[in-house]
Design a protein around this ligand. Structure first.
Ligand SMILES: [Zn+2]
Length: 77
């Protein structure tokens, strides 16, 4: 079993260390910046980049739940 904390998109397996599929927007913060990224599967993720590096603080589900419903059936809308 794989860890759910980090490493890759839980929906399509896109590695977090790989080139982002699409950078949606980037916002400067006091500590660094926040980057919104759309994954190859359509899932939106929010990354915080600061002096300590990059970490993912939020992930959404893909917009077409039919494609992945078998993997996250308990999640609400
Ligand atoms: Zn994905």
């Amino acid at each position: 079993m794989t860890s759910t904390t980090a490493g890759a998109c839980p929906h399509c397996g896109w590695p977090d260390h790989a080139e982002p599929f699409q950078v949606v927007s980037r916002h400067a913060t006091a500590a660094g910046h926040t980057v919104w990224i759309r994954c190859g599967c359509g899932s939106l993720q929010v990354r915080v980049v600061d002096q300590r590096g990059m970490r993912i603080v939020s992930r959404s589900r893909p917009p077409a739940p039919d494609a992945v419903r078998a993997r996250c059936g308990s999640a609400g809308p």
